[in-house]
Design a protein around this ligand. Structure first.
Ligand code: NDP
Length: 292
């Protein structure tokens, strides 16, 4: 078994991005700029936005955060998105989700110009990805495709089983693996909560991508000998063995599945570190006008 080291791959990509920023600015080009809209004071959202700003700084991007109180009116948010859409200094805009319940998430997302939608959530980007046009792909599936590509995993003609069909992970993953491009060109089966004979299907997978949101759901008897296993899940569970009193686990029972898999992503250190890096890659593409 060989680990797919997301932490190391993410670091390599960060260095590549930082080098590219130096090259662009050295030639008199513009510094890439990512803006974030943050509503309310949810500590997790605050942390995510701060981490994104920190990651921007590390690679030489500019970043700005537009903060609004939890009781902000939807109209005001839509106006803020319009304002950022018109600002030529800003290349990419993300809206930190979830938004308070009185705000319609889709309305806000659809207000973002598709060419600045570096989270890849706008239906125009989702649609373009679906029909194989250049688009921003959302961070987690984008990161997984980078992991697969940079680990030299062959996908063409192989049977890929995607466990989960959410809009942010499972669904785009299945489309990307089935696309007529490399990586891609896999034969894809999508499984969900209504799937019957799940074990039979997962046991036939050459590549098993698990985004089910159930701690250690996938056990060794569900995996084919020599399969590639990508674990998207992330769960915080209590632990007496760590200083912090908790540890992170995935949707896959790592210890036993690692005995059978040829390649596997650990949790933490697999898919997770790729997420912010994917956002940086999309912002760089936006500043270079590579997609639109
Ligand atoms: P969702 O809860 O939105 O989707 C879970 C999917 O799994 C659904 O399609 C659901 O089916 C399916 N499912 C749930 N239970 C079963 C079951 N018993 N058998 C078969 N299918 C089942 O989750 P997400 O896609 O948002 O996230 C999945 C996991 O990935 C979570 O642990 C999340 O924390 C993690 N995650 C990690 C990220 C990272 O950066 N590492 C980023 C995003 C998510 P149905 O559609 O029928 O309900």
């Amino acid at each position: 078994m060989k680990l797919i080291d997301g932490k190391k791959i993410a670091e390599t990509i960060r260095q590549e991005i930082a080098g590219e920023v130096k090259r662009i600015t050295g030639a008199g080009g513009k510094v890439p700029h990512l803006a974030a809209i943050l509503v309310g004071d949810d500590p997790a959202s605050e942390t995510y936005v701060n981490n994104k700003a920190k990651a921007c700084k590390e690679v030489g991007f500019d970043s700005s955060t537009y903060r609004f109180p939890a009781d902000v009116q939807q109209e005001e948010l839509l106006e803020a998105v319009d304002f950022i859409n018109r600002d030529p200094e800003i290349d990419g805009l993300i809206v930190q989700l979830p938004l308070p319940s009185h705000i319609d998430n889709q309305k806000v997302i659809q207000q973002i110009l598709p060419e600045k939608d570096v989270d890849g959530f706008h239906p125009v980007n989702v649609g373009r990805m679906t029909i194989g046009l250049p688009s921003y792909v959302s961070a987690t599936p984008h990161g997984i495709m980078e992991l697969i590509m940079r680990s030299g995993i062959q996908t063409r003609g192989r049977h890929c089983v995607v466990l989960g069909r959410s809009n942010i992970v499972g669904k785009p993953m299945s489309l990307l693996m089935a696309r007529n491009e490399e990586p891609g060109n896999a034969t894809v089966t999508v499984c969900h909560s209504k799937t019957q004979n799940l074990k039979e299907i997962t046991s036939a997978a050459d590549i098993l991508i698990v985004a089910i949101g159930q701690p250690e759901f996938v056990t060794a008897d569900m995996v084919k000998e020599g399969a590639v296993v990508i674990d998207v899940g992330i769960h915080r569970v209590p632990s007496a063995k760590t200083k912090s009193g908790f540890r992170l686990i995935g949707d896959v029972r790592f210890d036993e599945v690692a005995q059978k898999a040829s390649r596997i992503t650990p949790v933490p250190g697999g898919v997770g570190p790729m997420t912010i890096v994917s956002l940086l890659l999309n912002t760089l593409k936006a500043s270079k006008k590579e997609i639109y």
